[in-house]
Design a protein around this ligand. Structure first.
Ligand SMILES: [Zn+2]
Length: 390
């Protein structure tokens, strides 16, 4: 076996060291949200840069063991940097060209050529060869835990429509409208509302819509005079737990379904007051696979959101033109939009407009818009599976 020239040893180690270090540094953007944004905008570079650095490491490693192809890989590697630097600045071009010439000189000197021709190429020890492969896996994991959440079938965003309180207009005006557009939604019902129109609600279930739990008594802050006798300020966790379980039993008795999603009455998530205030989100997280709040300012980031308090955006009293920007933003950023409404009708207080719904459902059903429209429970389940159960 021909002895390895010292210059080859030095060049090999320079490329192993700098290739490895540059690779580790390139992982730095993964640590913060600005970096996550960069990855989302430059998916190609996100993969290309680590691969290029690993190639430098590989060529150094295999040159140490006398592989002739590793020498040529190094030529291509340095040569391509000369070309890239020509696009940046004259200074960079000069520096890279000099480096190229020096590297070429040492790796094509007669004793180097003799080494690469004569060396009986021996594979480096297996653990060493696994190192570059292991390093390349890091971005895969990083990607899975950061922003790269994807919706099924190439969809760009998800949309859920939800209606609260089991109001009569949901059955009278809503059901036929939703069925006409073949859109499935989530109805967060209060059992007493269901009792008033039981036959209608059974039709809602038969049509395939989701039935969620919206509590038994609809307790909100006592600042609403209608809620003074059932004020959240006077509730305890135990009382809330019992009430939500009771509402689940009632829904099962009335409609034969198990509610897997919950909508917080008035979007409020606390019980008690002052130092004794508690969040009842843990109760919801225990009893249900998803929970929805109300009048939030942003849609959900599916890679991050807490499914026990998914945000809900108001759709009552809005025209489609006011909802459209929310959907467009969601399509750009991959969000999950949950819209929440009450009455379904032409106009009026707490009313989701029929004209808005017509346009909204046409938009959601247009394949060109790549929007996945499904009930809250369906999308929450997908998100949970996609995130590995979280
Ligand atoms: Zn409500």
């Amino acid at each position: 076996m021909t002895k390895r020239p010292r210059s080859i040893t030095i060049i090999s180690w320079i490329f192993i060291t700098f290739g490895g270090l540059a690779f580790l540094l390139s992982l730095r953007p993964l640590a913060d949200s600005a970096g996550a944004q960069w990855i989302a905008e430059h998916p190609f570079e996100f993969w290309l840069i680590p691969v290029i650095q690993i190639l430098a490491l590989l060529s150094g490693l295999f040159m140490l063991y006398g592989f002739n192809w590793a020498r040529w890989l190094l030529v291509v590697w340095v040569g391509s940097h000369v070309i890239i630097s020509a696009m940046h600045s004259a200074f960079e071009l000069v520096v890279h060209s000099l480096l190229f010439v020096v590297v070429l000189y040492f790796i094509f000197r007669p004793q180097a050529t003799k080494y690469f021709r004569g060396a009986r190429a021996k594979l480096p020890p297996t653990p060493l060869m696994l190192l570059p492969a292991l390093l390349l896996i890091i971005p895969v994991f990083a990607q899975q835990t950061s922003t790269n959440f994807s919706w099924p079938d190439g969809k760009r965003a998800a949309l859920s429509l939800s209606f609260d309180d089991a109001r009569q207009s949901q059955v009278d005006a809503g059901l036929a409208l939703l069925d006409k557009h073949k859109v499935k939604v989530t109805f967060y019902v209060v059992p007493s509302g269901v009792e008033r129109r039981l036959d209608g609600w059974k039709k809602v279930v038969a049509s395939g819509h989701e039935i969620g739990n919206h509590s038994l008594n609809h307790p909100c802050t006592g600042n609403f005079t209608w809620s003074r006798q059932k004020a959240l300020e006077d509730y305890t966790i135990e009382k809330m737990n019992a009430e939500l379980a009771q509402a689940n039993r009632r829904i099962k008795e009335l409609l034969g379904v198990t509610a897997e999603s919950f909508a917080y009455p008035c979007g409020q998530t606390f019980v008690g007051r002052g130092v004794d205030t508690r969040s009842y989100v843990p109760v919801v997280a225990t009893l249900f696979s998803s929970g929805r709040t109300w009048q939030d300012e942003t849609a959900n980031d599916p890679g991050f959101c807490d499914l026990a308090q998914a945000t809900g955006l108001e759709m009552d009293g809005r025209d489609f033109e006011q909802i459209l920007p929310i959907l467009e933003k969601a399509r750009e950023t991959g969000q999950w939009v949950v819209l929440a409404g009450h009455e379904i009708g032409q106009d009026g207080q707490q009313t989701t407009r029929v004209t808005m719904l017509e346009k909204l459902m046409s938009y959601a059903n247009d394949p060109a818009n790549k929007l996945w429209i499904s009930p809250v429970g369906t999308i929450a389940k997908y998100i949970r599976e996609r995130r590995g159960g979280n």
